[in-house]
Design a protein around this ligand. Structure first.
Ligand code: GDP
Ligand code: MN
Length: 348
């Protein structure tokens, strides 16, 4: 997908697209998707939605990452659907394998135990590599090094409202570093010692913990224990330079060496959320209320009717998860002294 116009006779669908609305003033940003070849039709649906609701006006690039080479079908289908440049990256083996300090027998015993206890993805090796990769490596892939901002997109998501402004520019202009649309409580069984590891990190690197952080989102007792609240990381718009910072990389290395990606089943969502909660200031986090979103099984649909009408939303407000008892979004509003939208009580 070329950002520069091609001759009108070139048989390329992309020549028929209008130029980016914000031509010349776009941010250094990309969509990023981790996927298998077998995810092609599910990611196709996601791309179509992101393009229709947002990217047809901006034509941002799209980076696809995979632990195996992408096949021709995956490349053809995704390139045809996107308005920006598509790029396909292979993940280096050292970022998708057991580190030398992991005891493989112990890891195998844990998987067997979690299989018997029917913990979701508990017996999966690939899911663990995926969580570790999203926690510590995607932002360091050679293709990603060229960008400052990312928007993560997973297969089979839906977007329900038009997004009529440049979300990356919004992040930059408002000095935001990390954002979310849905938040919830993590399954305790997958992270029993994560908070102990975080406490070890805090002790070792107190210089990385910022003042005015969001500890109140993560803990109900000033940091003694974790309340399991996290931002759902299948959607993220964030700053890559922050993830590449010494603070974040020190944090990831500390967690990685404690082994919980393999000896438990630490997810990238709590890992990113705890980092954002402790190493970014409160005002560097953003709740994108106007990005209405679905990833099985949860929906974020703006509570405020006027927001839904103004942005041509097609979600059912009854499906909105924000004010449900299992959501942590109320807590986010409270620690930031944000006013909840009218009608939120009725969606509790
Ligand atoms: P869930 O949302 O937690 O149920 O997990 P998903 O199955 O959606 O996986 C999260 C993301 O990682 C998605 O973008 C998947 O396409 C991707 N993913 C999961 N497992 C693998 C894998 O083994 N290889 C690759 N390349 N991508 C994977
Ligand atoms: Mn998913």
């Amino acid at each position: 997908a070329a950002a520069t116009p091609m001759s009108a006779t070139t048989p390329n669908l992309k020549t028929s697209l209008p130029p980016p609305k914000a031509d010349g003033s776009r941010m250094n940003a990309t969509f990023v998707t981790l996927a298998r070849n077998s995810d092609v039709w599910e990611i196709a649906r996601s791309i179509r939605q992101v393009e229709d609701r947002f990217n047809k006006r901006y034509n941002y690039d799209w980076v696809f990452l995979n632990d195996a080479p992408f096949d021709d079908t995956f490349r053809k289908v995704t390139t045809a659907l996107t308005s920006g440049n598509t790029r396909y990256g292979l993940i280096p083996e050292q970022h998708w394998s057991f580190p030398s300090f992991i005891d493989q027998e112990r890891a195998a015993a844990v998987r067997e135990d979690m299989r018997e206890r029917k913990i979701i993805y508990g017996d999966s090796i690939s899911y663990r590599h995926m969580c570790r990769y999203e926690s510590g490596f995607f932002f360091r892939h050679p293709l990603m090094l060229e960008y400052e901002w990312y928007w993560r997109v997973e297969p089979s998501i839906e977007l329900f409202c038009d997004i009529e402004y440049d979300t990356f520019r919004f992040m930059a202009e408002n000095k935001k570093k990390y954002s979310f649309v849905l938040s919830l409580y993590e399954y305790v069984e997958t992270i029993p010692t994560l908070w102990e590891s975080v406490k070890g990190f805090i002790k070792e690197h107190p210089e990385h913990i910022v003042e005015n952080n969001s500890m109140g989102f993560l803990s109900d007792d000033g940091g003694k224990s974790y309340n399991h609240c996290h931002f759902w990381s299948n959607f993220e718009i964030g700053n890559l330079d922050w993830l590449r910072s010494k603070a974040y990389v020190d944090y990831f290395d500390h967690l990685d060496h404690d082994g919980g990606f393999f000896y438990e089943r630490w997810g990238d969502a709590p890992v990113h959320s705890i980092a954002a909660g402790l190493m970014l200031r409160k005002d560097e986090l953003h709740f994108f209320n106007d990005i209405a979103y679905y990833h099985v099984p949860f929906t974020h649909c703006p509570t405020d009717e006027q927001v839904r009408l103004d942005n041509k939303c097609h979600c059912n407000p009854k499906d909105n998860f924000d004010w449900n008892g299992y959501s942590c979004t109320s807590r986010f509003f409270e620690i930031n002294s944000m006013k909840k939208p009218e009608g939120w009580e009725k969606q509790q």
